[in-house]
Design a protein around this ligand. Structure first.
Ligand code: NAP
Length: 291
């Protein structure tokens, strides 16, 4: 199967390498074109523009940072829209809001193409291991056709119905995750400042009902102040912002998420946006110092 892949960031690189390893023919494009070179070593071809990739491939997958990037790649000059046509499918796996997804879907369909949104749950390591959870919505026939690729990228794919449902599900998941990360950070800081060993706190947490993969994975690195990015903090804050907007639309009070968003914003203002989202820990430690 031949696919195009737009966006070779942390996630897109790992995902396209997986597809290549499992025998897919992959044509890649990235805004910073030099990032394509590593993929060529794994057997990929390069498309000079998003339009060139779509022209060559029946299916094109995108994994881009945010709503503005997702729209730019579709609507700008040399973008996806210039070459999408009947018989071609566009699958956007970026985390965006439902409105962005709908806007892209309508434009693709107006040109005769098929569209699927398919944001993912899981981070760098699950992307490398093909263990993502895929939250797809849109054209059901395209979903069925692209399943062989989803089976390589993920451990489970959900088909959630109409466009927008995948985006919303992803935002709800990441809103919960961002709030949890803040509570976890506060707990680690509180343990340390009150004279406890935070390493022991990790052991205690791991044995109880609130044990989870995120605490297990991030706890040890946070205690070492290691924030090498798996999920960049700027993207987590984008997801909190979009989830809060979804809350506004639906009149859902979200005081916990709103507070977590403030902490992520503070972290961005301190220049921590490109570090892992667990670097919000530094913000909370700093807040603690200031009191
Ligand atoms: N990392 C995770 O753990 C994780 C997990 C689940 C979902 N996600 C979501 O997956 C998406 C990608 O995340 P990531 O971690 O791979 O991000 P990343 O490493 O920051 O990569 C972002 C990608 O978007 C491209 N891009 C940014 N602005 C652009 C623009 N205006 N036009 C064209 N391309 C543009 C970047 O190109 P350049 O190389 O030229 O900058 C890069 O290829 C995001 O929506 C994120 O929320 C991430």
């Amino acid at each position: 199967m031949e696919v195009g892949f737009l966006g070779l960031g942390i996630m897109g690189k790992a995902m396209s390498i997986n597809l290549l390893r499992r025998g897919f023919k992959v044509t890649v494009w990235n805004r910073t074109l030099s990032k394509c070179d590593e993929l060529v070593e794994h057997g990929a071809s390069i498309g000079e523009t998003p339009a060139a990739v779509v022209k060559k491939c029946k299916y094109t997958i995108a994994m881009l940072s945010d709503p503005s990037a997702a729209q730019s790649v579709v609507f700008d000059k040399d973008g996806v829209l210039e070459q999408i046509s009947t018989g071609k499918g566009y699958i956007d796996m970026s985390t965006v809001d439902a409105e962005t997804s709908l806007k892209i879907s309508e434009a693709i369909k107006a040109k005769g193409g098929d569209f699927l949104e398919a944001p993912v749950s899981g981070s760098k390591k699950p992307a490398e291991d093909g263990q993502l959870v895929i939250l797809a919505a849109g054209d059901k026939a395209l979903y069925e056709e692209i399943l062989p690729a989803f089976d390589v990228l993920g451990k489970k794919s959900f088909y959630l119905g109409e466009v927008g449902n995948g985006a919303k599900m992803k935002l709800v998941v990441n809103m919960i995750m961002g709030s949890m990360m803040n509570a976890f950070s506060e707990g680690l800081t509180l343990a340390e400042r009150s004279g406890l060993d935070p390493g022991t706190l990790l052991d205690v947490l791991d044995l109880g009902a609130i044990s989870n993969g995120m605490f297990k994975l991030k706890g040890p690195t946070m205690l070492k102040n290691n924030y090498s990015p798996a999920f960049p903090l700027k993207h987590q804050q984008k997801d909190m912002r979009l989830a809060l907007a979804l809350g506004d639309e639906n009149a859902v009070p979200m005081p916990v998420a709103a507070a977590a968003n403030e902490a992520f914003k503070k972290a961005r203002s301190l220049g921590l946006g490109d570090l892992d989202f667990s670097a919000v820990h530094e913000t909370l430690k700093a807040l603690d110092h200031s009191t």
